[in-house]
Write a protein that binds this ligand. Structure first.
Ligand SMILES: [Zn+2]
Length: 297
């Protein structure tokens, strides 16, 4: 799982311009020690992306319920800043429509190791089973209605490009996450479990806004080598057009708290996902201007 180690401290992280003050702070705070700590235990520093192990386990399966979008107003970006030292507005502030970052029903909800779901046992009210190819069953075959519709459009577009994408794991209830996480803790200890499985109430899979994809032939499912499979390559290049982002990109675990997961897609809406892609912003933490979450507080 230490895909990132091979790349060393290379750059995407260190490069950000001065304007991205908050992001630079994340890096300063989390990059160094966190990267080492995260990489040391599970894989030799030079292990290439293809030898990660924990990542594969991070997505266990799952039973259902729904979720709409919420339009909680957000701050206006261009607030003419007087003399007062105002913080750099997040890139997302430039979008015309703003959504809540904390409401579970909002497409901009940010859940990570610093931002648990509230309530912790949240269940989307509009879970549905999308009409797409899938290997997932039971609750894991469900997504909230907005995400399901976007997934149907994306899978159809991928198919037109000759890419056989399948849904490997969607919604995961709080109860399932409890069982999954406890299973990891029992088998590997809590420290290791925290690198592989979200703690209950901290998984994007519980929101209905995220899911894991796989290739139709199952190659490299939940493994680092999935990054080179057709579905992952296609998704990385096109998912934003349907409102999705690859939530845990390569080298950004000091920000997201998770190693590279080329299979984990998160819906944030076409406008935001496209804007992120156009700006070259890699994480929702940076895009929406929240602190990095390399680990649990
Ligand atoms: Zn996932």
């Amino acid at each position: 799982m230490c895909h990132d180690c091979s790349a060393g401290t290379a750059a995407p992280l260190g490069a950000p311009a001065a304007s991205r003050r908050s992001f630079a702070r994340f890096l300063a705070a989390g990059a160094g020690l966190t990267v080492l700590a995260a990489c040391t235990p599970e894989a030799p520093a030079q292990v290439p992306p293809s030898s990660a192990s924990a990542s594969a386990t991070s997505h266990p399966p799952v039973t259902p319920t729904p979720t709409p979008e919420s339009t909680t107003a957000a701050p206006a970006p261009e607030a003419a800043a007087p003399a007062a030292p105002s913080p750099t507005p997040s890139p997302s502030a430039a979008l015309p429509r703003q959504f809540s970052l904390t409401d579970p029903d909002s497409p901009w909800l940010i859940v990570n190791k610093h931002r648990p779901l509230v309530p912790a046992d949240y269940v989307p009210a509009d879970l549905v089973r999308p009409s797409i190819a899938m290997t997932a069953s039971g609750e894991a075959s469900l997504l909230n209605s907005t995400t399901a519709a976007a997934a149907e459009a994306m899978f159809a577009a991928a198919a037109r490009d000759g890419v056989a994408m399948v849904l490997a794991s969607g919604y995961r209830s709080y109860a399932t996450q409890v069982a999954t996480y406890n299973g990891y803790v029992a088998a590997r200890g809590q420290a290791d479990a925290d690198t592989a499985s979200a703690r209950p109430g901290h998984s994007e899979h519980q929101t209905g806004w995220a899911f894991d994809i796989a290739d139709g032939n199952g190659a490299c499912g939940f493994q680092p080598c999935f990054a080179d499979q057709p579905s992952a390559v296609w998704a990385k290049a096109n998912a934003h057009r349907f409102g999705f982002v690859v939530r845990y990109p390569w080298m950004f675990h000091p920000v997201t708290g998770y190693y590279y997961e080329p299979w984990h897609l998160r819906y944030i809406g076409v406008e935001a996902a496209t804007d992120m892609a156009n700006r070259g912003v890699n994480t929702v933490e940076e895009y929406f201007g929240v602190e990095a979450a390399p680990g649990y507080p």
